[in-house]
Design a protein around this ligand. Structure first.
Ligand code: ATP
Length: 374
């Protein structure tokens, strides 16, 4: 795909029409994807969407019901996990409590010989250096913080020099501050080794922060596979628009033919026509009578005083009169929920808001998600 950040790198891991069913339940539904060498690829989605099952299929803990998993172009059907050249880190660190940190990492070497001219001890020291725990070899794993234990688990997974690193929610047991630090470290380690990494998380912010590309999953299937900025700025579906970051999603009917790169949309269940830019939408340009869905990020809704016209040049912009319903102070900004008729709008502000307000957006800041021809 033209969106791939390593478009010329060989394909490291490929899923080709993979489905996994358990009885009547479909955990993974016809997923195809190609992860390239050195790529940091993330599967993100709500609980139960099939992320972990996808990772287990890649690791070899499960076999697909339909479809093929390939490593470097070769099918791995029937190849057990220990022969797939993958390192796996799970949510629970699962370090051996009766071994030192160094012994835990050495265990990861298994029967793999360290590189030529390097002793096992040196290899363990190098790995602990890599995960920024150079002095921890003799420590008891239980004396380490959760984040440190998870880094030891990474060192252990990396010990045999796997081709692919698989991370299943490795941070979900940690508190928010530790998670942020650990994700920066995971990213650093990944780029230092240029190791192909497939990462599973339900946390969309984490996914945007660390990935080269993100696959947003829903109900066993991929809704969008793209770099973080594309997923955020150009969500391909309503699900992606609402799952990734805060958003305001509108639907309605196009009133007349596009003019000046914009269409006028009569919004459903609201006595309002809004102007929407069509330049950054899907390939289908909306026509009069089509149904469309579009979204506007909270940071693109600008707040004016009650009843103020919001203008750009000599044109009045899309202005919506609303009232403040609630506010969450987030530090740098406040996330404010507004009542707009029967609906809610989300805005981000620096100054506190109260009572009646007018918010407005530039048509070019609206993103068309979906066009349904008349
Ligand atoms: P979570 O974030 O909660 O771990 P997930 O996105 O990783 O969710 P999966 O664990 O892959 O989702 O599960 C996807 C679906 O498949 C769920 O509905 C789950 O109940 C079902 N499922 C997974 N494993 C099995 C199994 N061994 N037997 C039956 N159903 C299963």
């Amino acid at each position: 795909s033209p969106d791939a950040p390593h478009p010329d790198a060989p394909v490291a891991v490929e899923l080709d029409g993979v489905s996994k069913r358990y009885g009547d339940a479909t955990a993974v539904d016809d997923v195809s994807l190609r992860v390239r060498e050195g790529e940091f690829f993330t599967l993100v989605g709500p609980s139960g969407c099939g992320k972990t099952t996808t990772l287990r299929l890649i690791a070899g803990f499960e076999e697909p019901t339909v479809g093929a998993v390939r490593f470097a172009g070769e099918s791995v059907a029937g190849v057990p996990p220990e022969r797939r050249d993958v390192g796996v880190v799970f949510q629970s660190y699962a370090l051996f409590p009766h071994m030192t940190v160094g012994e835990n990492v050495a265990y990861g070497l298994n029967f793999a010989e360290p590189p030529e001219g390097v002793t096992r001890d040196e290899r363990v020291a190098d790995l602990l250096e890599l995960v920024d725990l150079p002095d921890a070899a003799d420590r008891d794993p239980e004396s380490l913080s959760g984040g440190q234990q998870q880094r030891v688990a990474m060192a252990r997974a990396l010990a045999p020099g796997p081709d692919v690193l698989l991370l299943d929610e490795p941070m979900s047991a940690l508190d928010a501050r530790l998670r942020e630090r650990l994700r920066a470290q995971v990213k650093r380690i990944q780029s230092e080794l240029s190791i192909t990494t497939i990462y599973v998380t339900h946390d969309q912010e984490e996914a945007l922060a660390v990935s080269d590309r993100v696959a947003v999953m829903n109900d066993g299937a991929h809704e969008q596979v793209a770099p973080p900025r594309t997923v955020y700025r150009r969500p391909a579906t309503r699900f992606v628009a609402e799952f990734v970051g805060d958003n305001n999603v509108f639907s309605g009917r196009v009133r007349d033919a596009p003019a000046d790169g914009e269409v006028a949309v009569a919004v459903d269940d609201a006595d309002e026509t809004l102007r929407v830019g069509v330049a950054n939408g899907p390939d289908a340009i909306p026509e009069a009578g089509d149904r469309v869905a579009f979204c506007v990020r909270p940071e693109h809704l600008r707040v004016a005083g009650d009843g103020d016209a919001v203008r750009r040049g000599n044109r009045t912009e899309n202005a919506l009169r609303a009232t403040v319903a609630s506010a969450e102070f987030l530090g740098e900004t406040t996330r404010v929920t507004l009542d707009w008729g029967d609906r809610e709008l989300l805005v981000r502000t620096v100054d506190p808001l109260d009572g009646a307000v007018t918010v407005a957006f530039d048509p070019d800041d609206a993103h068309v998600i979906d066009v349904e021809p008349q």
